[in-house]
Design a protein around this ligand. Structure first.
Ligand code: TYM
Length: 390
């Protein structure tokens, strides 16, 4: 911790050699200059601390976060400021924030080698959001389907924060100039917007970026632009990029669904998991003998996808094993698999949650390291835009 504070005093647009090792100890050991001078591979993602984490969050996102740590430097954030956009007053936002951090660690994320922190500790996210509010166009945000869904019919009454939410999400990613973002399918449109924002910023400030010598030459169609922000790649892969509700195969599994039977929570015990899978909606037919037979059978498709993701295999292989079998055979096998994979995570989450001071220390340490990277970016952004800060 002392080392971090010492390093922070040295922060300038290009962090001094050696700081990278403090920020990602034991990871790739690349000098920090590389991250700032080139678009070096860096993974970022986040989860909102609103409601119970469910199987969709786990399979669509957190499990991928764990896998990506092996070959990349990763920053995983609990996006507590996002939680204020749809609902301002929360019963226990701090507890929920700790619960997501606990879920990250319990699932296998190593907060020492990588970074785990809560968004509000690094104020540069909010600062860059302001700049992006001035980059993004009203028309772009008006097209966001998640805003339309969340605001519903009463748009006049939605918070301004809910409307500009995607700008904060773009800032989360780009304040680290992150190149890869693992998410579920529902975040795709927000990541396209992140690219649009990066591209407009790069285009509008290309000359200034070149003058300051802080950019990377990028081709935009026929033209060459000096870009400061990377065009981030979404990582949306695998068999469970969109896990559906257990009660309705046309609706996504979600934290806000009023029916608890619609989702498997990461903290559900073995009985609850088995009961929910047993009660999951299905059609009366047995599973098809070929993958193509899942078409137009959304509930069956969903359960097969969940099985495939949990077993780290493909839907095709699941159908090869369970094809033509009744749900009365498949559902207990799925329940056993889900309990086998999720019960150890729930137990570890409970253990971690019993020591909130430890979780807070992890988040504080992660916040310090993230803050060094974010401030280095913001110093450069302030210069690019023309804001005096020294
Ligand atoms: P959030 O908190 O709603 O969801 C967290 C992650 O879980 C994925 N997910 C799903 N994947 C598959 N099936 C489902 N039913 C399902 N439901 C949720 C989400 O796609 C997400 O990856 N805006 C984001 C949080 C965020 C963020 C970011 C993500 C804020 N800033 C920067 C990446 C980068 C959100 O509300 O996720």
């Amino acid at each position: 911790m002392g080392e971090c504070a010492a390093a922070r005093e040295n922060v300038n647009p290009i962090l001094p050699t050696g700081v990278r090792e403090i920020i990602f100890p034991g990871a790739l050991h690349q000098p920090i200059e590389d991250i700032m001078a080139e678009f070096q591979k860096l993974v970022f993602s986040g989860v909102q601390p609103t409601g119970n984490l469910h199987l969709g969050n786990y399979l669509g996102a957190i499990r991928k976060f764990v896998a990506l740590q092996k070959d990349n430097d990763c920053i995983y954030c609990v996006v507590d400021e996002h939680a204020l956009t749809a609902q301002l007053v929360h019963e226990d936002l701090r507890g929920q924030t700790r619960a997501i951090a606990a879920a990250y660690i319990a699932s296998g994320i190593d907060p020492k080698k990588h970074i785990v922190f809560n968004q509000s500790r690094v104020m540069q996210h909010a600062e860059l959001t302001w700049i992006f509010n001035c980059v993004a166009r009203m028309g772009w945000l008006n097209r966001m389907t998640q805003f339309k869904e969340k605001a519903g019919k009463d748009r006049e009454n939605a918070s301004v924060g809910l409307f500009t939410y995607p700008d904060l999400m773009a800032a989360d990613i780009l304040v680290y100039r992150a190149t890869h973002v693992p998410v579920g399918d529902d975040q795709k449109q927000h990541l396209e917007l992140t690219r649009d924002i990066a591209q407009k910023f790069n285009n509008d400030f290309s000359k200034r970026i070149a003058e300051l010598g802080v950019g990377v030459e990028m081709a935009v169609g026929e033209e060459k632009v000096n870009g400061y922000f990377p065009l981030t790649e979404p990582l949306i892969e695998g068999e469970a990029t969109r896990v559906m509700s257990l009660r309705d195969g046309s609706k996504k599994m979600s934290k806000s669904d009023p029916s608890d039977l619609s989702r498997i929570n990461l903290t559900d015990d073995a009985d609850a998991i088995a009961r929910k899978i047993k009660k999951a909606k299905t059609d009366p037919e047995p599973l098809p003998s070929e993958l193509t037979g899942l078409k137009d059978r959304p509930e069956a498709q969903n359960l097969v996808g969940i099985y495939a993701a949990l077993a780290d295999t493909t839907k095709e292989k699941v159908i090869a094993e369970f094809g033509s079998r009744q749900f009365s055979v498949f559902k207990p096998a799925l329940a056993d698999l889900a309990v086998e994979k999720l019960a150890p995570i729930a137990a570890e989450m409970r253990r971690l949650m019993a020591d909130p001071a430890h979780i807070d220390a992890v988040l504080r340490d992660g916040g310090e390291r993230a803050g060094m990277l974010a401030e280095a970016t913001m110093k450069t952004v302030r210069r690019i835009v023309g804001l005096l800060d020294d």
